[in-house]
Design a protein around this ligand. Structure first.
Ligand SMILES: C[S@@+](CC[C@H](N)C(=O)[O-])C[C@H]1O[C@@H](n2cnc3c(N)ncnc32)[C@H](O)[C@@H]1O
Length: 251
């Protein structure tokens, strides 16, 4: 690890969840092939911001593309390291402890990704803009930044608000939505452990503004990982590319 840790307050939360993050997210598989295809098309290497347990990074490395993975949670990185070793790709998964807003990455790459809504951990638009600028600054000329986020539908809020739901056997989840502040407090319970995260969503227009402010061009906005165009649903998958302005904009 080459990082200068700039640890944000969600790090201990993810350390607490690291041992059951994979069982908790086991049904989330739809994004893996999408990001692997992006990685292969880019030729690599790829930087994954908020790499977590390597759910996406390890399949990318298995497909032959080296990955630099940044995360602020030592516990999540430990799980990622073990996964990469089990899959025989530890040499192609370079895990670095650090904050995605100040990533410990000197390399410039053709593809930066930030899967599974990780940017929503950042509290406000200023912090999200810092992250977008940091991602843009890692791109080689012509490179792409691809990430996904969500904004909840009214039905989702009504169906889930304040209710404990069994997400996977032995793992329960409760969403508490606050529409005025656009925050979701998500609590996950497994055995004796209970962990709460706060996620902060934005709408499509706000993301567009931030992406452009970060000096990136929007190439595509998909509504799902099968690349269907965004049509106002919950999921937004943004494909952004360099415009030549971004390298000077990192804070
Ligand atoms: C939902 S998980 C996503 C992990 C992985 N990308 C995946 O798709 O499974 C969010 C990850 O973001 C990391 N994270 C949150 N805020 C961060 C920050 N400011 N800098 C670096 N990592 C951060 C957490 O430690 C956690 O591993």
């Amino acid at each position: 690890m080459t990082a200068e840790p700039d640890v944000h307050r969600t790090a201990p939360l993810y350390d607490a969840i690291a041992s059951f993050y994979d069982p908790w997210s086991v049904s989330v598989t739809e994004d893996v092939g999408f990001y692997v295809r992006e990685a292969v098309a880019s030729g690599g290497p790829v930087v994954e911001l908020a790499v977590g347990t390597g759910r996406i990074a390890v399949p990318i490395a298995v497909a032959g593309i080296p990955v630099i993975g940044v995360d602020q949670s030592p516990g999540m990185l430990e799980v990622a390291r073990a996964y990469a070793e089990r899959e025989g790709v530890a040499h192609d998964v370079d895990l670095r402890l650090g904050d995605l807003r100040t990533p410990p990455v000197a390399e410039r790459v053709p593809l930066v990704v930030c899967p599974f809504r990780s940017l929503l951990h950042l509290e406000d638009e200023r912090e999200k803009l810092r992250a977008l600028r940091a991602a843009a600054g890692l791109l080689a000329p012509g490179g792409r930044f691809v990430f996904d986020v969500f904004a909840p539908s009214r039905e989702d809020i009504e169906e889930t608000h304040g209710r404990w739901l069994e997400r996977e056997p032995g793992i329960d989840e409760r969403a508490v939505w606050d529409e005025p502040s656009r925050t979701l407090e998500l609590t996950v319970r497994a055995g004796d452990a209970t962990v709460s995260f706060t996620l902060h969503w934005l709408d499509r227009e706000e993301w567009e503004t931030l992406i452009e402010e970060a000096g990136l061009a929007i190439e595509a906005l998909y509504g799902w990982f099968d690349r269907r165009p965004y049509a106002g649903g919950e999921d937004m998958i943004w494909v952004c590319s360099t415009t030549g302005d971004e390298a000077t904009r990192i804070e």
